[in-house]
Design a protein around this ligand. Structure first.
Ligand code: HPA
Length: 268
């Protein structure tokens, strides 16, 4: 793997936006930075700025114009670019469909596990390029300390947050068939989305702590009573509002973790 300087003890916090989050409207003191990576172009320039007084870096994974489909996102370049500006903590926002029958669209979920159904994506930095191979520990794909910070902040601020869930990552860009969702459910998936992988694994390979906030914007195929697109339209803005409240509540704790230093342990 091409080496990066990861010596610094403090690290920056990044937010990777998904569908519905191509800009962080509340960010101030914006500065844009285009990073060149050995893996090609990231989804756009990084946006540096402050969010409710906290320094963050923002990157929309589908691009600022929401034009990059899930299978064409350059996940390796995105994570590499963030690492290059000393990001050690990543908050990934993903719009998902809800498979679990007792949850409603509009729900925010903090997944603790994932199942990867994607294919053909550049999914590793250990690509036989002469660097010593590492098989990163991915038993728990999301950072325990970031998940704990989110749970505590949601509890304190009285923001509803489902504190676990298994995220099934499909290839897209089409939505799933009912039979595919039934299979995902039998496999143990409770949410379905298209962008959770390889992002989480690449962050782990780079030693970054990574957490996913899944916004349930529709019931998955065959689960809802209205059309999927109608549901997405109806629930995306509600989910964004809830996400904003959650981020505002959690950023002080996440930034404090960042000031405590970046971890490169398998915990991520
Ligand atoms: N399936 C896959 N990805 C999604 C969905 C869905 O139902 N909703 C939002 N992203």
């Amino acid at each position: 793997m091409n080496q990066l300087n990861t010596e610094s003890s403090c690290c920056e916090v990044a937010i990777i936006g998904g569908t519905g989050l191509t800009q962080m409207q509340q960010m101030e003191d914006l500065r844009h930075e285009l990073i060149t990576t050995p893996f090609g172009e990231a989804s756009g320039p990084l946006s540096h700025g402050t969010l409710w007084g906290h320094r963050v870096v923002f990157l929309p994974r589908h691009g600022y114009g929401h034009t990059i489909p899930p299978h064409k996102v350059n996940y390796r370049a995105n994570l590499w670019a963030l690492k290059q500006v000393n990001v050690g903590l990543v908050i990934a926002v993903n719009a998902v469909g809800v498979i679990r029958r007792d949850l409603e669209p509009g729900t925010l979920v903090l997944p603790d596990q994932l199942l990867d159904y994607t294919y053909g994506r550049e999914h590793t930095y250990f690509d036989g390029n002469g660097e010593p191979l590492q098989h990163v520990d991915f038993t728990n794909p999301y950072s325990d300390s970031l998940r704990s910070a989110f749970k505590a902040a949601a509890l304190d601020a009285n923001i509803p947050l489902v504190d676990r869930g298994c995220y099934g990552v499909t290839q897209g860009p089409r939505l799933e068939t009912k039979a595919e969702i039934d299979r995902l459910e039998r496999d143990g998936c409770e949410l379905v989305g298209m962008t959770g992988m390889p992002e989480a694994a690449l962050a782990r390979e780079l030693g970054m702590q990574y957490v996913c906030i899944a916004l349930g914007v529709n019931m998955a195929a065959g689960r809802g009573s209205t059309g999927i697109h109608e549901e997405m339209e109806a629930y995306l803005s509600l989910s964004m509002e809830r996400l904003g409240e959650l981020l505002k509540a959690v950023l002080p704790a996440v930034c404090a973790i960042g000031r405590g230093g970046a971890e490169s342990s398998p915990e991520g």
